[in-house]
Write a protein that binds this ligand. Structure first.
Ligand code: SF4
Length: 168
């Protein structure tokens, strides 16, 4: 995650972190945004032991737009494995019902998890957002997603053509 106090970008090591040597070097004086950080592993007793971040190499966070799965870049495919991927798809369906979405973040790369498929939307810039839509077909519902560019909010790199029903 980014840390505004240090102008640290998401996906970069914090300069105060000593991996394997005790972690945070300024723990007693760390900034407020670090003190106030609680991932879902700490907040949700319903998560099974498989979701322990050190084991699964993922951190779950809930934002207003939905669930974000921050993936350790050294283990970029961990979210594809089971039982994770099936659980993410189940959450994606619930998120859709609540007009939200589930997205995997690997540094700047975003992959949207939809109830029926995953879509790699590529690398995002700050302010870009995800739009999810659904289409009714004779075979049932099918979902698609698009990256909405922050600079040109009316233009989008769309993957899958579908009428917009939901904005996430
Ligand atoms: S808790 Fe410490 S190491 Fe982690 S981001 Fe904050 S200052 Fe950096």
């Amino acid at each position: 995650m980014g840390i505004a106090a240090f102008e640290k970008q998401a996906g970069e090591w914090c300069r105060h972190c000593a991996p394997g040597r005790g972690g945070c070097k300024i723990y007693d004086t760390r900034p407020e945004e670090c003190r106030n950080f609680y991932c879902n592993w700490l907040l949700r007793p319903d998560l099974g032991p498989e979701w322990r971040p050190l084991d699964c190499k993922m951190i779950l966070l809930v934002y207003p737009q939905g669930l974000t799965v921050h993936v350790d870049p050294d283990f970029p495919d961990t979210w594809r494995k089971e039982p994770y991927h099936r659980q993410l798809q189940l959450w994606a369906f619930k998120a859709w019902q609540a007009r939200m979405h589930v997205a995997v973040w690997i540094k700047r790369r975003r992959i949207i998890i939809l109830p029926d498929r995953d879509i790699d939307l590529g690398e995002f810039d700050p302010g870009d957002r995800i739009e999810v839509s659904v289409q009714m077909t004779v075979l049932g519902q099918t979902w698609s997603a698009a990256r909405i560019l922050a600079k040109h909010d009316t233009s989008k790199q769309s993957i899958g053509a579908a009428p917009r029903i939901n904005t996430a």
